[in-house]
Design a protein around this ligand. Structure first.
Ligand SMILES: [Zn+2]
Length: 264
């Protein structure tokens, strides 16, 4: 088995089988068996498979919002994805595609072709790659979302306006999520979230205008506190909770094993 190609962006996975799902946006990963790859190198060890935004959501929830029953973590990166934590557990949907909000259609952008092959997906206009492309075509060279954030911080008015507009587009999608799901907390993470003021001005203006008052009365819509570390915290918490699960310990005791059994 060869080494996997570098993974860029949020991608769904077949969690039960531990395989990356088929996707045009992550070529080379279709049905790649992540547990088999690690077992080839480390033997018969437990392998937990999760995608980036879910694990970031889990970390942010456990560290900063452990009592929140209805929790969303939105990552604006190369693409746009949302991790859902309900009752303390990650919710992935029937086949692992829950929270894939980057491909929700937004109004007035039918000219924007998305990497998924559709048009007018929110990430085709507001994802990191789309922001960099729009800035560059406006005469302000930018390679990725971090370049955009650096330009905002340096006071570039074109970049600042673009990030605020991005917030409004993300807010359009999130207002639907707020009406549908009624979360208590929504965290915004990813590189563009580092440009807090402009991004949140856009998001909040639309979410509070378009969502039902009852759904926003106690809603907290805030930036990620963990930032780049959210995924690391999430991974650590996930492993710890798996190892310390009562049924895992029960199985170890009854089998006399030295470690927990693989889940996949
Ligand atoms: Zn799309």
């Amino acid at each position: 088995m060869g080494s996997p190609r570098r993974f860029r962006g949020t991608g769904p996975a077949d969690f039960a089988a531990g395989k990356a799902a088929s996707l045009p946006i992550v070529p080379g990963w279709d049905s790649f068996s992540i547990p088999d790859y690690f077992k080839e190198h480390f033997g018969d060890v437990p392998v937990l498979v999760e995608n980036d935004v879910n694990i970031m959501a889990f970390g942010e929830h456990r560290v900063n919002w452990p009592d929140c029953e209805h929790f969303l973590f939105v990552k604006i990166g190369t693409g746009i994805g949302c991790g859902i934590v309900v009752g303390g557990g990650i919710r992935r949907g029937a086949r692992g595609a829950a929270g894939d909000i980057g491909h929700i259609r937004i109004s007035g952008h039918d000219e924007a072709v998305c990497r998924c092959g559709n048009v007018a997906c929110v990430e085709a206009v507001a994802g990191g790659w789309a922001l960099a492309r729009q800035l560059t075509s406006a005469g302000v060279p930018a390679g990725d979302a971090r370049d955009v954030v650096a330009l905002v911080r340096a006071g570039n008015p074109v970049a600042s306006r673009l990030v605020r507009t991005t917030g409004e587009l993300v807010g359009e999608v999130l207002s639907g999520s707020v009406n549908f799901f009624n979360p208590g907390v929504i965290i915004i993470g990813g590189d563009p979230a580092l440009a807090h003021e402009q991004l949140f001005a856009g998001i909040r203006s639309v979410v509070y205008q378009r969502s039902l008052p009852l759904a926003t009365r106690h809603l907290q819509l805030v930036p990620s506190e963990l930032g780049d570390r959210a995924g690391i915290f999430g991974a650590a918490m996930m492993v710890a909770e798996h190892v310390l699960r009562p049924d895992t310990i029960e199985a170890m005791v009854s089998d006399g094993r030295k470690g927990p059994s693989p889940i996949s």
